[in-house]
Design a protein around this ligand. Structure first.
Ligand code: ZN
Length: 80
């Protein structure tokens, strides 16, 4: 039995709410690798495509200095 993870990457396109991202996915564990972090020492892995996309947004907000804040509670209670 091997205790070392030997990923078999395949390129896939995941789509979350209309956001399409090309990423590497391990055939065995189905883990997705962040295409910006890569698969090296600084890799970030995700089971859920949504988590990957949320992580990608953190790259863009870090790069441009944008702070994402939650809407105030009153906004969420307002009827449309
Ligand atoms: Zn990343």
């Amino acid at each position: 039995m091997s205790l070392q993870w030997d990923p078999k990457w395949e390129e896939v396109v995941v789509e979350v709410d209309g956001v399409r991202v090309k990423a590497l996915r391990d055939r065995v564990t189905m883990l997705l690798a962040c295409p910006i972090c890569g698969t090296g020492d600084k890799a970030s892995y995700f089971f859920s495509p949504r988590d990957l996309v949320n992580h990608l947004f953190s790259h863009t907000s870090r790069a441009s200095g944008i702070r994402v804040v939650a809407a105030p509670a009153e906004e969420q209670d307002r009827e449309e």
